[in-house]
Design a protein. Structure first.
Length: 256
């Protein structure tokens, strides 16, 4: 979640976060508007997951590059000159999104790390950077994302739906499938029909957008969920639970 002079900028990660924990969205929104920031902490687990995730992505990149070369195609890196962790400003996002549109118009090649950016009339902008966008014919492309998980999880599907929406608006043709390249050798690449999940995606997206437009009004209380273990607000929520003697600290009890 970011803020520009004209828009609140949301990403597929914000969408997945909102699904995992609405309180997380509430915290991020208010931090963006002058509220408390998350307690800084070194997170070895998150660092390890990022490393393994990058290795999985690079492995699939090499495999895909070799595969499409046999078809006379290339994998074009649209983010080759970006330094790791270097954030993009709005103008750069617009420029990068235009490069993506031009590459899609040319067709024929796999796009690696394409940037999407769309500013809607309601004061919300959507940004995204897919792992891969793969051509399926002369005018159609489908998004693919690499994930360490051994199955295609809902958050991954939501992220891919966001990329598919960008593609549909650019090309005037929605992808038929979205693809999760799992970390499982047995499961491999999982393909999901977009029309089977798009209604669920729209519901989660609309809920997040409405909350943003309303300014996440009212109080919000943290509730323990699975995502807590890797959340950057984990220390802050734990402090709140300790202060209120939350039942999650009683052995054998859960919030279910």
């Amino acid at each position: 979640m970011q803020k520009s002079s004209t828009s609140i900028i949301l990403s597929p990660t914000d969408l997945a976060n909102h699904l995992a924990c609405r309180h997380l969205s509430w915290l991020n929104y208010h931090a963006l508007h002058g509220g408390p920031k998350p307690s800084k902490s070194d997170d070895e687990l998150a660092d390890i997951l990022r490393l393994y995730g990058a290795q999985h992505e690079q492995k699939y990149l090499a495999e895909l590059t070799a595969k499409v070369a046999e078809l006379g195609q290339e994998v074009i890196n649209l983010d080759a000159d970006r330094k790791d962790g270097d954030p993009y400003g709005v103008e750069t996002l617009r420029d990068r999104a235009q490069v993506t549109k031009e590459a899609l118009a040319q067709g024929g090649n796999v796009l690696y790390q394409p940037t999407f950016f769309r500013e809607d009339d309601n004061g919300i902008a959507w940004v995204g950077r897919a792992d891969f966008v793969v051509p399926v014919d002369s005018i159609a492309f489908e998004p693919e994302d690499t994930k360490l998980a051994r199955i295609a999880k809902v958050n991954a599907v939501l992220q891919l739906c966001s990329y598919a929406e960008h593609l549909g608006k650019i090309l005037d043709k929605d992808p038929e499938y979205i693809h999760v390249v799992t970390g499982s050798v047995e499961e491999g690449k999982v393909s999901v029909r977009l029309d089977e999940v798009s209604a669920y995606y729209r519901r989660i997206k609309e809920d997040l957008e409405l909350a943003v437009l309303e300014g996440f009004t009212g109080p919000s209380e943290p509730i323990p969920v699975d995502f807590c273990t890797i959340c950057r607000w984990n220390k802050d929520c734990n402090r709140t639970w300790r202060e209120m003697d939350h039942l999650s600290f009683v052995a054998g009890l859960s919030n279910e």
